[in-house]
Design a protein around this ligand. Structure first.
Ligand SMILES: [Zn+2]
Length: 511
């Protein structure tokens, strides 16, 4: 039987390299009452259910192999489920409410982090694991203080208060890797506090480049790695820029460094690993950006599964926190015969919309460090220049009519399409590119879709079937031997606080 299974895996492409891990995790999951000493929680932020089959097809084309997560959906070793991620007052959650539901076991308002509407502070899971003697780690391609990592380790009323979230990690999270240096550095914090010095004096090594992570990361016991002022680069840009590759490690590389560092301390640990830019690319209606970051997330899954082969007392959970703009490949041409050819064009795209859109709008160069177009607005370039930019970065040309729409959009004109979300710079560019790639979007914000959850190892069965997001906290704490319940509030009571609650200023790119 064992030999047959190995023979099966050897033939099964992407699973071949992790066959031993699947077997050992499965055996561990079958032991009654077994508890993990490692919990590895992976989140593809904003991954609509439609993204996985799209990314599978894209991966087959650009890598010659499919996705590991996709392959796990067909394996009996993995528990598989769907999760209802609603927030306290909306069917559509944001990332801070979503991560807080996992991190505290209570639904809260969107935009808040582990705080109930009446101001009651909820204890985040990483405070509980720390007090239990576990180590904690957060790894992300967003700012490390972004909503999803924060939901496991911080309690603040506004997710945008990332400078406050940064302070709450000190002494609680042992390994912190990602972007967001501006919330730690004395030069860029509003209060001028030098948090990097604070972390250093608390025993953290500090690294800020891929090389430093390789050289110094290995020797440290606690590690703060901040590789960008804001978010980490999109994978599609990272692949095509030598300077970005020198500066920023990939999600898989950060994952590997964090796991190695945690492991050598011989203590149980909880680590959250977030592929954050899947969400950002969906907000931007940027299909190639999204698919390359989904592949980068899958490479992190592979790193994890290879790592746990000889460490079967590990629970691995892989999920997403909500859908986002639900991309789909639509039927193109007569009898949809053009759909495949359109989809193939995605493989020729060599830059994210973040890089190209400001140039199309005539706003000089895009700056990775601030996530903002920099330079003086010069107005949209002429049609010929637009065509040149499209060919250079996307590998195909826009039609003259499409260029005209982009120019009018860049000049601030509205009512260029009926869908109000898509009647924006982001939405119009997404539609223009979609005319050529066949990928279209429902809007530019999160969706209420249930999310996929896949789990392996001791306790995996807790993630099988249909779950409510708040059940994750109970499962993780129980498996870690922690008894703690946070207070919660029912939606009717919460509604009384709605009128007086803080309303964030409108942020169309709210992640
Ligand atoms: Zn988002």
């Amino acid at each position: 039987m064992r030999i047959d299974r190995r023979a099966f895996f050897a033939r099964s492409g992407v699973l071949a390299g992790v066959a031993g891990s699947l077997e050992s995790l499965f055996a561990a999951s079958q032991k009654h009452g077994a508890q993990p000493r490692r919990i590895i929680f992976l989140v593809a932020d904003g991954m609509s259910p439609s993204v996985l089959p799209l990314a599978e097809q894209f991966s087959l084309r650009v890598r010659g192999k499919g996705l590991l997560w996709h392959a796990l959906l067909d394996r009996p070793e993995a528990a598989r489920g769907w999760m209802d991620m609603a927030s306290l007052d909306s069917l559509v959650t944001d990332s801070s409410s979503a991560s807080s539901s996992w991190g505290s076991g209570s639904r809260i308002f969107n935009g808040w982090v582990n705080v109930l509407p009446d101001g009651t502070r909820l204890t985040p899971i990483m405070e509980l694991t720390r007090d239990k003697g576990w180590l904690n780690a957060l790894v992300t391609t967003a700012t490390v203080t972004h909503a999803t990592p924060a939901g496991f380790a911080a309690s603040v009323r506004r997710r945008d208060d990332e400078h406050l979230i940064a302070e709450q990690y000190l002494g609680k999270v042992d390994v912190i890797l990602g972007g967001g240096r501006r919330f730690f550095s004395a030069e860029t914090r509003k209060d001028g506090k030098d948090l990097i010095a604070g972390f250093r004096s608390a025993g953290y090594a500090f690294v800020e480049s891929r090389t430093q992570l390789r050289q110094q990361g290995a020797g440290a016991k606690k590690l703060l790695g901040l590789f960008s002022s804001s978010h980490m680069p999109y994978t599609v840009d990272h692949r095509n820029s030598e300077s970005l590759r020198e500066q920023a490690p990939t999600l898989a590389e950060m994952t590997e460094a964090a796991l190695a560092l945690l492991e050598k301390q011989n203590r149980p640990y909880l680590i959250q690993i977030e592929g954050a830019r899947v969400d950002h690319a969906a907000h931007a209606n940027d299909a190639a950006g999204l698919l390359w970051d989904q592949i980068a997330f899958d490479e992190a899954i592979e790193t994890v599964l290879r790592f746990v082969e000889k460490r079967p007392d590990t629970l691995v959970v892989i999920t997403s926190d909500h859908g986002n703009s639900n991309p789909g490949l639509v039927g193109m041409g007569i009898e949809y015969r053009q759909s495949n050819a359109c989809f193939e064009r995605l493989a020729g795209i060599r830059a994210s919309f973040s890089t190209v859109a400001p140039q199309l709008a005539g706003r000089a160069e895009y700056s990775m460090s601030t996530e903002q177009p920099s330079g003086v607005a010069g107005g949209p370039p002429p049609v010929e220049r637009m065509q040149e930019l499209a060919r250079q970065h996307f590998g195909f040309a826009f039609t003259p009519e499409e260029c005209e729409i982009l120019r009018r959009c860049a000049a601030g004109e509205k009512k260029l399409c009926v869908n109000r979300q898509l009647d924006s710079a982001v939405g119009i560019l997404g539609q223009v590119v979609g005319n050529h790639t066949g990928i279209h979007w429902t809007g530019t914000t999160h969706t209420s879709d249930y999310t996929l959850v896949t789990a392996l190892g001791p306790g995996a069965e807790r993630f099988s079937g249909f779950l409510r997001n708040t059940e994750v906290f109970g499962a993780l704490t129980q498996l870690a031997g922690i008894e703690h319940r946070n207070p919660s509030m029912d939606p009717a009571e919460a509604a009384r606080y709605r009128q007086v609650a803080f309303t964030p200023r409108e942020r169309p790119d709210w992640a």
